[in-house]
Design a protein around this ligand. Structure first.
Ligand code: GMT
Length: 416
């Protein structure tokens, strides 16, 4: 395991070194949302892993992605400057992003521009391609992550633009088979889509499990449940709290919520359900590994989820989950082997599954061990990154999908 905090574990010429040679090195631009959220985490980890394999990676976004280490070799960050002109009611990001993409592509000879989350990144990438002369145009890869299809794809104000961006991308990938099917159904996109599941590369916790549990106030014998998300409505935190309130023995557990949003909105629910003594909240945590290693069981009650990266993160630390049987979750959790899947929206079934696994520590540990094995086998960076590398190389060997006119070269300063 290379660990995302170390940049050099694959840099030596030791046996098993996976670094590419200078000639086969690719220059890859990555655009993602830089804030807390699965799509940004996946994109950032992908960039770090590609750099560790010897590729040159350029992140282009309005902020430095929060998990992107400073001073990593072969990783560069280009900030997009967004102006707030008084003449616009709403500031525009798409156009300055497209110009930044074009100028970084041109200056650094990008082979690939890989955008994560279609809106507005894929459209900005197409626009940037039109600004470049043919021999400077990178291949565009669009990775769909979830609500870019399920929410925005169904919105008549966005759907046609997303459809257009997918048609014009050189390749489209989705993070689950379920999302691929949804993209066909919701957007009507019939072009090729490659399913490349999400992956995770755990860092090493800096404190012991015991120290973290002590710090959180988890007593001996208490089972520590964990939930980590941005708390948006589709995560169904109301259902999560209601389910937890139905756990038979109130003193048997604590629930740790790693909140990527403001948890205060649920204070009344917590009080009404009498959960004040049971819930621990930590907001905007960066060192999630510390908490994942301390947890015994993960809990996810989402009504829709294309993959649910947080479940995978927990699996790497031998933590099984109770999760709703929705979207791409069954591609991550195998019911009865690495966790328990429960019907969506059903707090009685969720509480029953929690009661079972709280009471039966041996079964919980067995599920957790299988979760760790499956995560390493199917969703490690070694299992997934080569799929992206192969896709990039295939695209470079193929003719570009769409080429802009010859006059385009005049548009970006210094590009001819
Ligand atoms: O699509 C979103 O709502 C945002 C996105 C994010 O940035 O967190 O979440 C999606 O992408 C993640 C990474 O691929 C997946 O793990 C999440 O399941 C997915 N969210 C939804 O489908 C709701």
């Amino acid at each position: 395991m290379s660990g995302r905090n170390s940049d050099n574990s694959k840099n030596g010429a030791a046996p098993g070194d996976t670094r590419v040679s200078q000639e086969s090195k690719l220059r890859i631009g990555i655009t993602c949302y830089p804030t807390v959220g699965g799509s940004g985490v996946v994109a950032t980890t992908l960039g770090i892993e590609l750099a560790q394999r010897g590729h040159e990676v350029h992140f282009i976004s309005y902020e430095r992605p929060f998990r992107l280490p400073e001073n990593s070799s072969r990783i560069h960050f280009h900030q997009v400057c967004v102006n707030d002109y008084g003449l616009f009611k709403y500031p525009d990001y798409t156009l300055p992003l497209s110009v930044a993409m074009a100028s970084v592509s041109c200056k650094h000879n990008l082979d690939i521009l890989h955008v994560h989350y279609a809106v507005p990144h894929a459209t900005a990438a197409l626009l940037s391609r039109c600004m470049l002369p043919q021999d400077k145009q990178p291949r565009i890869v669009t990775t769909l992550h979830g609500t870019d299809t399920t929410l925005l794809g169904a919105d008549p104000g966005y759907g046609p633009a997303i459809h257009h961006a997918l048609l014009q991308s050189d390749a489209v990938t989705t993070v689950s088979s379920w999302l691929k099917a949804e993209t066909k159904r919701v957007i009507g996109f019939e072009g090729p889509m490659e399913v490349i599941h999400n992956f995770y590369e755990p860092g090493s916790p800096s404190r012991t499990r015991e120290a973290v549990r002590k710090d959180l106030g988890v007593a001996d014998g208490e089972v520590l449940l964990i939930h980590s998300s941005n708390l948006r409505p589709l995560k169904r935190i109301d259902l999560l709290l209601e389910s937890v309130s139905k756990i038979r023995d109130r003193n048997s557990f604590k629930l740790l919520i790693l909140a990527g949003g403001d948890f205060k909105q649920f204070s009344d629910d917590v009080k009404r359900l009498g959960l004040e003594e049971r819930i621990i909240v930590r907001e905007n945590v960066l060192e999630i590994e510390e908490y994942l290693q301390a947890a015994d069981l993960a809990l996810y009650t989402s009504e829709s989820e294309s993959f649910c990266l947080s479940i995978l993160e927990a699996m790497f630390f031998g933590c099984p989950s109770v999760a709703t049987n929705v979207g791409g979750i069954p591609e991550v959790v195998e019911d009865g082997l690495t966790g328990l899947l429960v019907p969506s929206g059903d707090s009685e079934s969720i509480a029953r599954a929690l009661n079972e696994l709280i009471a039966d520590g041996d079964r919980r540990k067995r599920l957790g061990e299988s979760a760790r094995v499956e995560a390493n086998k199917r969703f490690s960076s070694d299992a997934i990154i080569h799929r992206y590398e192969e896709l990039y190389r295939r695209l470079i060997d193929e003719p570009p999908k769409v080429s802009a006119g010859e006059i385009a070269g005049e548009i970006v300063e210094g590009c001819r």
